[in-house]
Design a protein around this ligand. Structure first.
Ligand SMILES: [Zn+2]
Length: 326
């Protein structure tokens, strides 16, 4: 097994990447970071149990994990699509694409979005010899280390190792929130992350759980929008703020679009005892508020499928009493 690992460590260190110095900064050793970010994302999804077989799909989770690495290292305002490396990694020799049979891809043509990638490919598998090395923790960590130390500047490397801890921890925390009743286990990680890292794990784990339960739909206005890269319009909102409740249970959360999140936090909207949308009289008194908010008044909110996960009325009570402008 060791010989094979050495072989793949060399392959991971010799990925073909764009080396345009005008385009890529010293942070990524003047090289395009797409392929290393894709492989790091796959390692995290295998470690957290989201990928359980040798077939990697161009999933929302993969696009989201890739985007997390991207925003960690790349300048604000830039974005990269996981579709590029997903297609181009086939030059590595260990990555084998599975085409959609009814939509063959004209080779060499750019695949510019995850939506297009999904239309063309079912997914990809890695060499049968490589997959067990990705699953086994000791070899997986060596492969991760070679990616981070080969393709990223020394000062960037700690934040990438931290991102790994956040990705694994937040997936675990999300699972705990969705599946552990009482007591709620705070995430398990042997690495004892620093307080700020813990906060990020908690934030992202709560967000993952809420967005999943509400299927990317705003509980109050019902809007559901996803970009081709898997970016979602909704955020995870606490009903009783975390600073007061320290409560991340799904029953203290709702998925809300930005406008509804702000309105909810400002007390301009709330949820009634029959799970109907409440719109504050303050909205009607001010012509500057958008008219569509009033049309939501009295409509049923969008709730998760299982009633166990619906917002708890005790939490909504607190919001109605203390935050809602009656
Ligand atoms: Zn909304």
């Amino acid at each position: 097994m060791c010989g094979k690992l050495d072989c793949y460590l060399q392959s991971f260190a010799a990925l073909r990447t764009d080396k345009n110095r005008k385009r890529w900064t010293g942070a990524t050793c003047c090289r395009a970071p797409h392929k290393p970010f894709l492989l790091l994302s796959i390692l995290d999804l295998i470690a957290s149990g989201s990928i359980t077989r040798n077939f990697i799909e161009p999933s929302f989770g993969l696009a989201e994990t890739f985007a997390g690495y991207w925003s960690r290292v790349m300048p604000i305002g830039t974005s990269g699509s996981v579709s590029y490396p997903f297609y181009h990694l086939s030059t590595s020799g260990f990555w084998h694409l599975a085409e959609q049979t009814d939509s063959p891809h004209e080779r060499g043509r750019t695949v510019s979005s995850v939506k297009r990638l999904r239309e063309l490919y079912l997914g990809a598998r890695v060499d049968d010899d490589l997959y067990p090395l990705l699953v086994m923790e000791s070899s997986r960590e060596k492969l991760r280390r070679i990616l981070i130390t080969t393709y990223f500047a020394l000062e960037i490397q700690p934040s990438l190792f931290e991102q790994t801890i956040i990705n694994r921890g937040s997936s675990q925390y999300c699972d705990d929130l969705l599946h552990v009743a009482e007591p709620l286990v705070f995430y398990k990680t042997p690495l004892k992350p620093a307080t700020e890292t813990k906060r990020k794990i908690r934030d992202q784990g709560f967000r993952k759980a809420i967005v999943k339960l509400y299927e990317h739909r705003c509980a109050l206005c019902g809007i559901r929008m996803l970009t081709p890269e898997g970016h979602t319009i909704v955020e995870a909102a606490h009903i009783v703020p975390w600073s007061e409740s320290q409560n991340d249970k799904p029953q203290n959360g709702m998925a809300l679009c930005r406008l509804c999140h702000w309105s909810f936090d400002e007390g301009l909207m709330s949820v009634g005892r029959e799970y109907e949308v409440l719109v504050s009289p303050a909205v009607r008194q001010d012509n500057n508020f958008p008219g569509h908010m009033e049309t939501l008044s009295g409509r049923g909110i969008f709730k998760p499928q299982g009633s166990y996960y619906w917002p708890n009325q005790k939490n909504l009570d607190v919001h109605r009493d203390k935050i809602y402008r009656k």
